[in-house]
Design a protein around this ligand. Structure first.
Ligand SMILES: [Fe+2]
Length: 293
C-alpha cells in the first residue's frame, strides 16, 4: 500500500499565498482582524504573520490562491519525500516562498496551484496586541475544483496524502454514489487539505485551529468589535467533528475558526457521509430569526 509508506507523514500546513488587487491593503486587514504583523517582501508581496499563522499576499485577482506550503519535520524527511515524489511522477519546480529554507520544492496540481514542501527558516515579525494574543494555528486549506477526480487522485496518489472522510452524492438507489468532497491528511489531524467538486475551480477557505470552545467565543467577540460578521456557523462539522464558524475578509476569502478537529491515526479509515446535512453541520441548519417589525 503506497500511502502507508509515504514520507509526507507528518507534515503541517505552514503558510499559504493569496492574491489580491490590493495586497498591501488586504494584509492590513489581516493585521487588524487576525493580529498579524505585516512585512513587505519586495516584488509587490506582503507577509502577514502572527501566532502560528502566516499568509503571503501578492498582486492578482481577488481570491487567487497560488500556493499552499507544507512543512516537514527535518531534512532527512524532505530528502525522502523528494525521492518519493519523483518516483510517483511528480515534476519538481522551484519553491516560490521565502519562508522555506534552500532545498524546498514545489509541484503543480491539476488546477495549476503549487503545493510547496520544505523546512521553515528564520523568524517572522508577528503582530502585537489585539487579536495577536488569540491562539489560531493555520491548520488546513480547502479548494473547490472543476477537475475533482484528478485533484483527489493527485493529492492522494502523487503527493501521498492519506484520505480521511469522504462525502458522496446520493445514487439512484439512495445509497452513497460518487465522491464529491475528499478530506486528506498529512498527520493525525483529520485534514490539512481538502477538495470539493465544483463547476469552477477556486479557493474555498483556510482554517485557524484554536484550543477550546472558549477561544471560539473570544474570536467571535473580537470580530464583532470590528464589525466582521459571521456568515456561517457556529456549528460542528460532521466531517472532522470540529467546532467552527466562518467570516470573510474584504476580498471574499473565507476564514474559518476551528476547534476540536478530530485526530485520525495512520491506518484508520475515515467516515463516508451523504452530501449536505450532517456532513456540513451536525447541529443542523443555521437560521437567523426575523427582527419583529
Ligand atoms: Fe475547514
Amino acid at each position: 500500500m503506497v500511502l502507508d509508506v509515504s514520507p509526507l507523514w507528518p507534515a503541517q500546513l505552514d503558510h499559504i499565498a493569496l492574491e489580491a488587487p490590493d495586497p498591501e491593503g488586504l494584509a492590513a486587514f489581516y493585521a487588524r482582524a487576525l493580529g498579524m504583523g505585516v512585512t513587505p517582501l519586495g516584488g509587490g508581496r506582503w507577509l502577514a504573520a502572527g501566532k502560528q499563522r502566516c499568509v503571503i499576499f501578492c498582486h492578482g485577482p481577488s481570491r487567487g490562491h497560488p500556493f499552499s506550503a507544507f512543512a516537514v519535520a527535518n531534512g532527512a524527511q524532505l530528502d525522502a519525500y523528494r525521492r518519493f515524489l519523483i518516483s510517483r511522477g511528480g515534476a519538481l519546480l522551484p519553491s516560490p516562498t521565502p519562508l522555506f529554507a534552500e532545498g524546498a520544492f514545489a509541484v503543480r496540481d491539476p488546477d495549476g496551484r503549487l503545493a510547496v514542501f520544505g523546512l521553515r527558516c528564520g523568524e517572522v515579525k508577528a503582530g502585537v496586541g489585539g487579536a495577536a494574543v488569540l491562539p489560531g494555528r493555520l491548520q488546513h486549506v480547502v479548494v473547490a475544483s472543476s477537475r475533482f477526480p484528478a485533484m483527489m487522485a493527485f493529492y492522494r496518489d502523487v503527493l501521498g496524502f492519506l484520505v480521511s472522510d469522504t462525502v458522496h452524492v446520493t445514487d439512484a438507489d439512495g445509497g452513497l454514489g460518487d465522491v464529491n468532497v475528499c478530506f486528506l491528511r498529512s498527520s493525525e489531524e483529520h485534514h490539512s487539505f481538502a477538495v470539493f467538486r465544483a463547476p469552477k475551480s477556486s479557493s474555498d477557505h483556510f482554517a485557524l485551529e484554536v484550543e477550546s470552545w472558549d477561544d471560539i467565543r473570544r474570536w467571535a467577540d473580537h470580530f464583532a468589535a470590528l464589525d466582521v460578521a459571521i456568515w456561517w456557523g457556529p456549528g460542528r462539522h460532521g466531517a472532522g467533528n470540529n467546532l467552527f464558524f466562518m467570516v470573510k475578509d474584504p476580498d471574499g476569502n473565507n476564514i474559518e475558526i476551528s476547534a476540536e478537529l478530530e485526530r485520525l491515526p495512520k491506518g484508520e479509515p475515515g467516515k463516508r457521509w451523504p452530501a449536505g446535512g450532517k456532513a456540513l453541520n451536525l447541529w443542523g441548519s443555521v437560521w437567523v430569526r426575523d427582527v419583529p417589525g
